[in-house]
Design a protein. Structure first.
Ligand code: HEM
Ligand code: HEM
Length: 373
């Protein structure tokens, strides 16, 4: 698992911080609840000592997490989210970070004010933040309680939002934050690697080909906050398979000037030098020779995507399934890939701004393939 974040997914360090902190914050509420139910005595002292040590751990982890975040890029939110949704998500995340620092700090101040110095699991003692004072204690106590409850409420809303992304919007937001997200796919790949691998789809070995006449290649982008769809009307797809049906080479060639967004003026603008510059760069293409099987009919192709004069390494997930009906043997290749248009220079001058036209463009394709003549 990559350590660093990319524009598409969280790296393992960011995931570790997120889930370690979630676990510890939940622990904090349990410990506080247990302490509250105990009479003043040694047992309560012990539970609160544990609560304080875990709380300081959260303070340190949240600080390291913010530093790591500042040194990294963060994945972009899906293009399908409205501007207000993105603003709400950013606001909630900022509030969560602020609370992850404020709640333990208030707790630490409260303990200092009560002259109960804080020790970290008995290993070392932390300095007192304020001098003992009943007034300070009262204020810090109330602040700690109110801020902790706010953290609980915002985190619950945040959890509900994550579930909505997964089950209603069906986007990648929850999946890309989950640890071991690839585990089910790896297990599935192992399971099918016995006899029968390669039978999952009825692909004939050899070379398969398809084009705009047998499928579609669409792209989705946001314009003025609204999801908009366009297509390329001319393209070809060539897929080579080994004897056992696994892909060995994939080539997609797209005629850039065939772009079609159902608006002539916009299409002309897209063809100009500031955007696709189709005169100088008539073709966009993808070529891959490295493949990974993710599940019985799901693959990842790693290769080079060229748009305009910029070539970048991308990993293209796709499915390859036998097509139902029809009497020509072959398969349907299909998938989705989100890219950033600015990574490829599609947007020069004023078009570099992502305020009106979003940076993320999702390419959606599905093409019927048949044995090449
Ligand atoms: C993210 C971290 C933390 C969370 C979510 C959290 C949450 C809570 C909650 C919900 C309570 C019960 C509310 C109340 O009765 O006042 C509580 C009580 C308490 N917390 Fe924390 N806390 C955190 C960190 C800390 C830290 C770092 C300290 C001290 C260093 C601390 C010290 C205390 C103490 C002493 C109490 C008992 C207050 C009383 O006497 O009623 N907490 N905490
Ligand atoms: C104490 C509880 C939690 C806290 C304090 C918390 C905090 C945060 C913060 C601050 C971020 C923003 C990351 C960044 O932009 O740097 C984040 C992201 C995220 N959290 Fe949580 N979280 C909590 C619980 C949960 C739970 C229970 C879930 C899901 C079941 C969840 C799912 C997510 C997801 C999916 C993201 C990524 C959003 C994206 O990719 O844009 N979180 N969380």
């Amino acid at each position: 698992m990559p350590i660093r974040n990319t524009l598409e997914r969280w790296g393992s360090v960011a995931k570790f911080f997120h889930w370690a902190i979630v676990l510890l914050v939940v622990t904090q509420f349990f410990l506080a609840l247990i302490a509250e139910g105990l009479p003043v005595g040694l047992q309560k002292l012990a539970v609160l000592a544990r609560h304080k040590s875990v709380g300081i751990t959260i303070l340190v982890l949240a600080t390291l997490r913010l530093l790591w975040r500042a040194a990294n890029r963060t994945p972009e939110m899906p293009a399908t989210m409205a501007v207000w949704e993105k603003t709400a998500a950013r606001g909630a995340h900022a509030l969560l970070y602020a609370l992850l620092l404020a709640v333990p700090l208030a707790g630490w101040i409260m303990s200092s004010a009560k002259n109960f110095p804080v020790s970290w699991f008995g290993f070392f003692q932390l300095p007192d933040l304020v001098a003992p004072s009943e007034t300070t204690f009262d204020i810090a106590h109330d602040a700690h309680e109110i801020l902790a409850i706010t953290l609980g409420v915002v985190a619950t809303l945040h959890l509900l939002a994550a579930l909505k992304h997964h089950f209603l919007n069906r986007d990648v937001v929850l999946k890309r934050m989950l640890p071991f997200a690839r585990l089910p796919a790896v297990l599935a790949a192992l399971l099918i690697m016995g006899p029968g691998a390669g039978e999952a789809f009825a692909a004939a070995p050899g070379t398969l080909a398809g084009s705009d006449t047998t499928g579609s290649l669409q792209f989705r982008f946001t314009q003025a906050g609204a999801a908009t769809t366009g297509a390329f009307d001319k393209f070809t797809v060539t897929l080579m398979l080994a004897e056992d049906g696994t892909p060995t080479r994939l080539a997609v060639a797209i005629d850039a000037s065939s772009l079609d967004t159902k608006d002539k003026d916009r299409d002309s603008a897209l063809r100009t030098a500031d955007l696709f510059d189709v005169k100088r760069f008539p073709q966009a293409h993808f070529a891959a020779t490295r493949f990974k099987r993710i599940a019985h009919d799901r693959f990842e192709a790693s290769g080079k995507l060229t748009i305009r004069d910029i070539t970048r390494e991308v990993t293209l997930p796709f499915t390859l399934t036998a097509h139902a009906g029809g009497n020509t043997p072959g398969s349907v290749i299909a998938g989705e890939l989100a890219i950033n248009r600015l990574d490829y220079g599609v947007g020069q001058g004023e078009w570099r701004s992502t305020e009106m036209v979003g940076n993320v463009v999702t390419v959606i394709w599905s093409v019927k393939l048949a044995p090449a003549p």
